[in-house]
Write a new protein. Sequence first.
Length: 242
Amino acid sequence: MTQIFAHRGYSAAYAENTMSAFIAAEKAGADGLELDVQLTKDDEVVVIHDEKVDRTTSGNGFVKNLTFKEIRKFNANKKSVNKEPIPSLIEVLEWMQTNQLICNIELKNGLFPYEGMEEKVIQLVRKYELLDRIIISSFNHYSIVLSYRIAPEIATAPLYNERIYMPWVYAQSIRAKGIHPKLASISDEIIKGAIENGVAVRPYTVNKDADMHRLYKINCTSIITDDPVKALKIKNQYEKRP
C-alpha cells in the first residue's frame, strides 16, 4: 500500500521542520518524513525550508550568513509559548535510530548552491548507518546526480513541478530510483507508467481528501502530506477492503 510521508513533519498541527513535528508524525503512524536542509555560515547542516529564517522563526537573515550557535537561539515554534530550536540534521538522524521511519532529505540548494552540501549530508547518513532509510531529493538535479556519484547506495529522486514526458526515462538517465512531482503536474497514467518501469512516485503536497483517494486507488508509491493523521484515516478505508 501507499506510504505516507509527513511533509516537514506533521506540519498541519505542529511548527514545520521541528523535532515536535517529526515526533508527532511518527506517533501518528506516518511511514516517513520529508524535511529540508540548508548550510549555516560554519557549515552545519540544519533543518529549515526557506533560505531566510524570517518566516518560520523569531530571527531574521539568511541561513548561510548565520552561525549554528546564532541560529539555535531563534524560536522555530514562534506561534507557541513553547520555544523550540531549528534542528540540526544530526539531531534528526540520532532520533531516527530509535524508530524505523524513512526520511526524504530535500537539499535546498537551488538558490544558493551550498558548496559541499551533498558530501556533508551523505557523510552523516553513513555515520548513522541509515543508508537504506534515506532518500535524497532536490529541485537542483545536478545535485541529485552528484549525490548518486558520491553514494550510489542512497536512493535519489528529482523534484519538479512541470509536466515531463515519460519521467521514468529521465529518472533512469540520472540513476534516480524515484520522482517527486508536483501533484497537479502528474496524471494517473504517468504514475502507473513510472511504477511499472520501476520508478517510485511520491507526489507533493497531497492534502485534499479527493487527491488522497485518487492516489490510494492506483497504489501510488507514496504521498507527501502535511496531515499524516487524515492520510492514514483515509488509507485505512482501503486496507480494510477484502
